[in-house]
Ligand binder design. Structure first.
Ligand code: UDP
Ligand code: MN
Length: 301
């Protein structure tokens, strides 16, 4: 009899263990659902990670801008700056609810650096799902969330204005960070491809903006002055290519009437999607071509 009396008690104890396991399992399920919900709503400000793969809900679609920005970043050998730039700008644009795609325009040929041609190539490669661009130096990080990266319908919008840029303060400066609709960039025929080495291509672009009859706009009411950007710009560490041949010196203040978006020559060697600290971007390896009879200064002699 003894064993018979024990058996139901054992069964009862086993049943109790199963029900407490069930309760613990249910509790875990509820907790993980709550966690997932919270992390998704936090992510709405920064669209990356598991939740962003899902289509946005109706209310979210309303709050994000209808336009999509292509961020065109001329680039060569600035790795530390890149590691800081991509997560920073992705978060900054996410908080502004600006749909965007970051393109790193990595110049891989053996010619001198050509910021303008890289931007022309990036523009052509930026896809039909983007309708405006920002040419964006990799070393300039916007710190003031009031800087507007929205669609610049009424004309080119110079975010890194001379009143805010830590280094460049002349009135016609349009370098650093400049937003344009694709239509306006096309009206300028893009940028000149004749500038190899450091500088002047942005000053020439200012004259193109004026030549196309476009109105240039800049931020107003920004209270942070020269502290509006972080400029990761160390001339001792990053030597600037400022050499000018005699022929180049003669050329540097001229307007290039015929060339630009229409005659940029390049090929895409590879296209790689990467994420940097959770922020997505695409690296385009770009081989620029140079007609040495036209611009012999594209190679350093
Ligand atoms: N740049 C680069 N590698 C170079 C030279 C220039 O990536 O060797 C890119 C980078 O995006 C940089 C921009 O071109 O921010 C402008 O160059 P830099 O900062 O030297 O010029 P500045 O700030 O004086 O206009
Ligand atoms: Mn710089």
């Amino acid at each position: 009899m003894y064993p018979l009396r024990r058996r139901p008690a054992l069964a009862l104890r086993r049943g109790g263990r199963w029900s407490s396991l069930l309760v613990a399992g249910l509790l875990l399920l509820v907790l993980s659902l709550v966690w997932f919900h919270l992390s998704c709503s936090a992510e709405r400000d920064e669209p990356s990670g598991p939740c962003s793969a899902q289509p946005p809900g109706a209310s979210e679609q309303l709050s994000w801008a209808p336009h999509r920005l292509a961020v065109l970043v001329p680039y060569r050998q600035r790795f530390e700056e890149l590691l800081a730039f991509v997560p920073h700008l992705h978060g900054f644009l996410g908080r502004q609810k600006v749909r965007h795609r970051i393109l790193i325009l990595n110049q891989v040929d053996r010619l001198r650096f050509n910021r303008a041609s890289l931007i022309n190539a990036g523009f052509k490669e930026s896809g039909n799902d983007t309708d405006y661009v920002v040419m964006h130096d990799v070393d300039l990080l916007p710190l003031n969330q009031d800087l507007d990266y929205g669609y610049p319908a009424s004309g080119p919008y110079h975010v890194a204005s001379p009143e805010l840029h830590p280094l460049y303060h002349y009135k016609t400066y349009v370098g650093g960070i400049l937003l344009l609709t694709k239509r306006h960039y096309e009206m300028c025929n893009g940028m000149s491809n004749r500038f190899w080495g450091w500088g002047r291509e942005d000053d020439e672009f200012y004259r193109r903006i004026k030549g196309a009859g476009l109105q240039l706009h800049r931020p107003s009411g920004i209270s942070t002055g020269y502290k509006t950007f972080r400029h990761l710009h160390d001339p001792a560490w990053r030597k600037r290519d400022q050499k000018r041949s005699a022929a180049q010196k003669q050329e540097q203040f001229k307007v290039d009437q015929a060339g630009g978006l229409n005659n940029v020559k390049y090929s895409i060697q590879s296209r790689t999607d990467v994420t940097i600290a959770g922020a997505p971007c695409t690296v385009l390896n770009i081989m620029l071509e140079c007609d040495e009879s036209q611009t012999p200064w594209c190679v350093l002699s």
